[in-house]
Write a new protein. Structure first.
Length: 155
C-alpha cells in the first residue's frame, strides 16, 4: 500500500506534500480501525492454536471448545486422533471417529465399535452419550465411563 501511495504521488504534477500526508493518514487510521475490529477474533483463534500446538489442550478445554464452538472443535481436530496433525484433547468424537479409534474407548471393543459406526451410518449422528447408550443398549457402567471421554460433534 505504501509503495502504491508513493508511486501515485511520484507520478503526480501537483504539490506532493498534501496528498502524501493525507494518504498516509488515511492508511494509518484505516489500519488501526481494522486491527481493533479483527483483534478479538484473532486473539481467540491464536490462543486456541497455541494451546493445540503446545499440547496443553486438556480434556476440560477440549470439552469446552466442543460445547461452545463445535465448528472450531472440528477444525482443530478435537476428538479425532485418526486425523494427521489433530489434537484430540483426550476425547473421542463418536460421530466422526473411525472404528479403530472407537475400539480404544473403555468398554468398547472391535465388535461394538463396528456396531457404533454401522448405527451411525444407518440412523444418523448421535447427540449424547445417553442416546448412544440407549440405542446400543450399553450397560450404565460403560455409559458412565464414556461420559468424560466422548464428544458428539455435528456435521
Amino acid at each position: 500500500m505504501t509503495v502504491a501511495t508513493f508511486a501515485v504521488i511520484g507520478s503526480s504534477d501537483e504539490d506532493p506534500a498534501t496528498p502524501v500526508g493525507l494518504v498516509i493518514l488515511i492508511v494509518w487510521i484505516g489500519s488501526i480501525v481494522h486491527a481493533f475490529v479483527i483483534r478479538k477474533e484473532f486473539v481467540r483463534r491464536l490462543d486456541l492454536r497455541l494451546l493445540v500446538e503446545d499440547s496443553e489442550l486438556d480434556r476440560e478445554i477440549a470439552l469446552g471448545i466442543a460445547r461452545d464452538d463445535p465448528a472450531q472443535a472440528a477444525q482443530l481436530g478435537i476428538g479425532r486422533p485418526d486425523l494427521p496433525g489433530a489434537t484430540t484433547g483426550g476425547v473421542v468424537d463418536v460421530n466422526h471417529a473411525s472404528v479403530t479409534v472407537l475400539a480404544t474407548l473403555p468398554g468398547i471393543g472391535d465388535r461394538l465399535a463396528r456396531q457404533i459406526v454401522g448405527t451411525r451410518q444407518a440412523m444418523g449422528l448421535f447427540s449424547s452419550v445417553a442416546e448412544l447408550g440407549m440405542v446400543l443398549d450399553l450397560p450404565a457402567s460403560t455409559v458412565e465411563r464414556l461420559r468424560p471421554l466422548v464428544i458428539f460433534l455435528p456435521d
